[in-house]
Design a protein around this ligand. Structure first.
Ligand code: SF4
Length: 95
């Protein structure tokens, strides 16, 4: 079982929407990660088997400094920088 963030990233790699070897380096920016990404929260986390019991980031009362998984972070950074669209993400969620 994999988290939905990883599943969606893998699907986007498989259709060349994410090309790992061509990704620019993005400095870590907590402000970007903390932005409210409706599509990520609904379509990625909303379909994630870890959301209910195993994900602090999506807990009803998240602990301080709770962070999303790596897949979510990558999707948020690529979305924020215009390298993925909401349609790309939704399409991969529903594939
Ligand atoms: S942030 Fe949590 S709920 Fe969302 S995809 Fe990652 S592990 Fe799943």
């Amino acid at each position: 079982m994999a988290c939905q963030g990883a599943v969606v990233v893998e699907r986007l790699v498989n259709i060349n929407k994410i090309v790992p070897s061509a990704l620019p380096h993005f400095p870590r920016d907590q402000a970007i990660i903390n932005l409210p990404y409706r599509h990520l929260n609904r379509h990625v986390c909303g379909m994630c088997p870890f959301r209910i019991h195993d994900c602090d980031f999506q807990a009803e009362i998240p602990p301080d400094k709770a962070e999303p998984c790596g897949g979510y972070i990558l999707l948020a950074i690529l979305k924020h920088n215009g390298l993925l669209s909401s349609t790309d993400i939704m399409g991969a969620c529903l594939a």
